[in-house]
Design a protein around this ligand. Sequence first.
Ligand code: MG
Length: 346
Amino acid sequence: MSEIVDVSFDLKSYEYSEAFRIANNVKDKANNIEVKVYLKDGTVGIGEASSSYRVNGEKVPALFALKDTLKEMISGEDVRNYRRIFNITDGLSRTAPSVKAAVQYATLDALSAVIGLPVYQILGGSKSKIHTDKTIGIDTIDNMVKKSIKTFNDGFKTLKIKIGENLKEDIEKMIAISEATPGASYIVDANQGYTTKTAIQFAQSIYAQNVNVVVFEQPIMWNDLDGLKLLRYNSPFPIAADESAKTKYDVYTLIRNECVDFVNIKLMKSGISDALSIVELAKTANVGLMIGCMGESSLGINQSVHFAAGTGAFTYHDLDSHMLLKEKFHGKFKQEGDALIPNPVV
Ligand SMILES: [Mg+2]
């Protein structure tokens, strides 16, 4: 009764409340795909793919073209044997990782309905609540300081600050933000905007000013592993890989080459299956973990809330894209300030 009999894709477009700027990129819209799996007994499981051309090389029309093939690949599989469905869809890792994430999550969502257990408990039930940061996109110094103060006063104790376009300005921004929000922690994300040299200059300059950076994310190009290693040993702050860390193989290579202190897992880069492997790899190697997002609505963020609470593996949670989009909340979690609570009542 819990075999998959059909799959559907629906395009859902969400506008950002204001243009979201990161180093060398601006977004004003997220074109996400709602993926549903239908079981023989009428149960429907739902997931969301928020694709990224910049990181994954994905384009929405190409992803849509996969629907019939995907249906063929997983039809007849029972969601109670979800590992089989994970193994089949692992083949999408390099071409359509966001669709892989959505269909793998939809499988778990359907299983959750079949057995009456929330997804976060299927994944281990480690935590009943997690806390997220909130992101401040690239803007003028004045605007970034104002937004940081508001976000901190709204209850977000960790602020994620986007930088990477101008070294001198970035240093000034971080010092100004730090002075305006005493007690806050900062994840700074340069989205590959620096060179190894400028990244070291940035980190050492703001460290000397006592700016409380807890993670310095993807300062340089994703494929520059020598640079990352050099940076890691010259930065007073922990270095995290995001764009460099898509599959479990990427993370294995990063760890073996001593390139990272932290890995930023995103389900949209790795799907559930690789994300589970990366969690174990990182724990084994004593590398820290954060979890991030692309342009997911609350439906897609729900996936990461359940994953993060279930595995309990993350020091930092950057699950805020739904707060930056114009949308009506539709996640299976509750939000209280910076707290995200998976299925509080079943
Ligand atoms: Mg990032």
